[in-house]
Design a protein around this ligand. Structure first.
Ligand SMILES: Nc1ncnc2c1ncn2[C@@H]1O[C@H](COP(=O)(O)OP(=O)(O)OP(=O)(O)O)[C@@H](O)[C@H]1O
Length: 272
């Protein structure tokens, strides 16, 4: 399956009198991994909610392979777009395997059972998040990170051509963060992912969109936009950005706000 082309065109999102996102445009070409970054409250989750059709834009359009996402039949949308979001629910009293199997629902008719192909997809989705051993555990007794991995497996089992994820590395230890992002990177689907960790975003995403106060402040390949100046403007932090010699990706080092934890540049032995 190839990836969907996503075109967010001039989208404004509101909740009552509150403007959550204003005139945001974004494109994701087939198979691209697009990162959404930005401070708390900058509008990342709201924008994702509009893409997976929970929050209807007040103005603007969301195009999925040239069709307005909000006019697609629900079943067709569910075959195209899978979402891993913070506010999931409805998985109580189910085993992990049953939760992952829910990902196959959009591909079936009512009362259809799981085919051997479904069973393979479910197993390999669970294996992709290192969750094979969790298969028969009750979902609601898993740790936060285990749950997160299972929800990602459910989205993988759905075989979407557009995968939308809101902070998928939340709760995950570093090994599982790297594994999950590596898995997303290898998918042929288009991926739109909100991430807080800028170094992971820089390494795994083709392009980033930086949101600030509900607007796109910068967009482009990570190496072009992750500069100390932009990070100071957007996050109000001091940082240094280097290109990592082995990954080739920009690597951000944040300097502590507490001066005594920072070695003055002139006394830095590596600079002599
Ligand atoms: N239903 C709502 N009613 C009013 N304000 C809302 C509503 N939903 C979100 N907001 C506000 O809109 C802004 C954007 O929220 P959003 O959750 O999209 O930000 P975010 O970038 O995902 O933040 P975080 O990084 O903290 O998850 C915030 O100021 C939030 O408080």
């Amino acid at each position: 399956m190839t990836g969907t082309e996503l075109v967010v065109d001039g989208v404004t999102l509101t909740a009552g009198a509150h403007r959550l996102v204003e005139d945001v445009s974004l494109t994701a070409r087939s198979g691209e991994v697009i990162g959404l970054v930005g401070p708390n409250g900058s509008g990342k989750s709201s924008l994702l909610r509009a893409v997976y059709r929970v929050l209807r834009p007040a103005t603007g359009q969301i195009g999925v392979d040239g069709t307005d996402a909000w006019s697609l039949p629900a079943r067709r949308l569910a075959r195209t777009v899978a979402a891993v979001v913070q506010e999931s629910g409805g998985e109580f009293d189910l085993t992990v395997l049953e939760v992952v199997a829910m990902g196959r629902t959009p591909h079936k008719r009512l009362l259809d059972g799981d085919t051997p192909e479904d069973a393979d997809l479910i197993r390999s989705a669970l294996a992709a998040v290192d969750g094979t051993d969790l298969a028969h555990r009750p979902f609601d007794r898993l740790s936060g990170g285990e749950r997160q991995r299972v929800l990602i497996a459910r989205a993988l089992a759905q075989q979407p051509s557009l995968l939308v994820l809101d902070e998928p590395t939340n709760h995950l230890d570093i090994r599982h963060q790297l594994e999950v992002l590596g898995t997303l990177r290898r998918l042929s689907a288009t991926v739109l992912v909100a991430l807080h960790d800028l170094n992971l975003a820089a390494y795994y995403c083709d392009r980033l969109y930086v949101l600030c106060d509900g607007k796109v402040t910068a967009s482009g390949p990570p190496a072009d936009i992750l500069t100390p100046r932009l990070l100071a403007e957007v996050y109000d932090v001091t940082s240094e950005v280097t290109i990592h010699p082995r990954t080739g990706a920009p690597q951000v080092t944040f300097l502590p706000q507490t001066p005594h934890l920072t070695t003055p540049v002139e006394a830095d032995p590596s600079s002599s």
